[in-house]
Design a protein around this ligand. Structure first.
Ligand code: FES
Length: 91
């Protein structure tokens, strides 16, 4: 193991998990489309912030779920219309 020299000012995780058995999940709530829209918006605002897809964050019923680190903020029921407010939270 070695330390990576890659660092970001913040990390935004968007759950895009899909449960093929039909249980509630973020993928059912358009989180893949939300992820792409948020990634483009954040890159245009601050390229030091990383937006990444992730697996289940344990908030499936109230998805789509986003975690903002290191603020340790979790958001549920996010949709594309929330992106301006999320950008404000990242400033
Ligand atoms: S499937 Fe997204 S929080 Fe569980």
């Amino acid at each position: 193991m070695r330390l990576s020299d890659k660092q970001f000012s913040k990390l935004v995780l968007v759950c895009t998990n899909e449960k093929p058995d039909g249980r509630p999940c973020c993928a059912q709530k358009a989180s893949p489309e939300f992820y792409h829209a948020l990634k483009v918006a954040v890159a245009g605002m601050d390229p030091t912030i990383r937006v990444s897809k992730t697996g289940c964050l344990g908030n499936c019923v109230s998805g789509a779920t986003v975690a903002i680190m290191p603020k340790n903020v979790y958001l549920g029921e996010v949709k594309e219309s929330d992106i301006p407010e999320i950008l404000e939270m990242l400033k």
